[in-house]
Design a protein around this ligand. Structure first.
Ligand code: NDP
Length: 403
């Protein structure tokens, strides 16, 4: 159906590119480009071995817009799938506009020198993409991504309005490491240590990082402590579903993870500003990333399950009053590794990136402009989750959450 250029060759890319190759009727030609070409070649070799599909590889610094434009033109790509880092979102959107290519990513733009992720930088591209007749799909991972599609599916099929929504992300996986993050350590730690924000009655309320803890019994995972965090879908959901009175995000962390994160923060290892070391400028969090395990290598070691979903309360479509639904996926780390050689966090991000790109190539999501996932029709995406390894379930709860 279409030629695809994937940028970035980390853990998420590994899973996404394998799943694209498994859907060769949709992804007719795949090129994988990244800063370090050997990582692209390693993924290409694994795809060839596991799936029997040849993909092309290239070296690319995404910050070089002219080089990206040239590569888009050379490959004839219809869509660029950005699986590099949030820092590259705007330069890759610029390159897509210049080369006439659709765009998709899994995380919103974040300036490298300020730990602040907000959509306004990317939403400012709305008119440019519309005028160019191109589509940009923002945040097509699991959270953000599937969690927003879940909300839209509930609004299309179960609830007329959503009064309150909680996004719950549990990783019950154990990788045997003293401290490791599930995706890029720099991005992960910036997110986890950020001030908490949630949407309530028309305003953002703030609280210190890791200050609100709730015990929750996750399907397939069991009882875990989850902590309130800020996450980018809170901004897009509260913007696009203005009836939402309260939107919160929760993620599970073990005590050891929190202890390590706090110690690293206290000693300055998570600083994002340059410091002089031995006559050389270094950025502590980037040095820390070099020391920590590469999340892409944790697949073989990780056992257990992840469960991510939404609990939403609102007026039922059938006029029966207020209803609460819990919609979620349970994903098994070892099953992901057996299928594509990834752990579940890379898999639960990479598969929705593939499905989002497939929606564009199939022509379902091709309206020109810049779109968040909850603005797009959910049905075929939800069907593909079921057939592509991320089956979901929806259950009615007795009433709204009590935490
Ligand atoms: P990794 O660090 O494993 O991979 C990032 C890749 O991007 C690396 O191959 C890196 O190259 C490459 N890269 C970085 N800078 C450039 C550049 N300037 N030009 C070209 N390539 C570059 O990250 P993950 O795979 O863990 O995460 C990928 C993305 O997915 C991130 O944006 C993350 O925030 C997002 N994510 C989204 C989730 C969701 O559910 N929505 C969940 C998890 C992650 P090199 O190896 O040379 O450094």
């Amino acid at each position: 159906m279409g030629k695809t250029l994937v940028v970035g060759a980390g853990g998420v890319s590994h899973a996404a590119v394998h799943k694209m190759a498994m859907n060769a009727d949709i992804f007719t030609e795949i090129t994988l480009a990244s800063r370090t070409k050997s990582k692209c070649d390693a993924i290409a070799a694994s795809v060839k071995e596991r799936v029997g599909v040849e993909i092309k590889t290239a070296e690319l610094d995404a910050n070089d817009v002219a080089a990206t434009v040239a590569l888009i033109k050379e490959t004839g790509a219809e869509i660029l799938v950005n699986l590099a880092l949030p820092y590259q979102d705007l330069v890759l959107m610029d390159a897509c506009l210049e080369a006439g290519c659709h765009y998709l990513d899994t995380a919103n733009y974040e300036p490298e020198d300020v730990a602040k992720f907000e959509y306004h930088w990317q939403w400012a591209y709305q008119d440019k993409f519309k005028e160019a007749g191109l589509t940009a799909i923002l945040g097509s991972g699991f959270d953000p991504g599937v969690t927003s599609v879940f909300a839209t599916w509930l609004k299309k099929h179960k609830l007329d309005t959503i009064r309150q929504i909680d996004v719950l992300d549990a990783n019950g996986g154990d990788n045997g490491q003293a401290f490791a993050t599930n995706f890029n350590p720099e991005i992960n730690l910036r997110e986890v240590l950020a001030e908490v924000r949630h949407w309530e009655n028309g305003e953002w309320l703030t609280s210190p990082a890791m200050s609100t803890k709730v015990e929750f019994d996750f399907p397939g995972v069991g009882v875990k402590n989850m902590y309130q965090m800020y996450h980018e879908e809170l901004e897009s959901l509260s913007t696009h579903f203005p009836e939402i009175e309260r939107a919160r995000f929760w993620m599970t962390f073990g005590d050891a993870y929190i202890m390590h994160a706090k110690v690293l923060e206290n000693v300055g290892m998570t600083r994002i500003d340059p410091v002089m070391h031995d006559g050389k400028e270094i950025i502590p969090i980037q040095f820390l990333k070099t020391l920590l395990p590469d999340p892409g290598d944790l697949g073989a070691l990780t056992k257990g399950k992840a469960c991510i979903g939404d609990i939403a309360t609102g007026q039922a479509k059938d006029g029966s009053g207020e209803k609460t639904y819990y919609i979620y996926n349970i994903c098994d780390h070892e099953e992901c590794y057996a299928e594509v050689g990834s752990q579940a966090v890379s898999y639960t991000t990479g598969v929705p990136a593939m499905i989002g790109a497939a929606q564009l190539l199939k022509g379902n999501w091709k309206e020109p402009g810049v779109w968040n996932m909850e603005q797009l029709d959910p049905d075929d995406f939800m069907d593909m989750l079921n057939t592509q390894g991320l089956p979901w379930q929806v259950h009615e709860l007795d009433g709204p959450v009590e935490f």
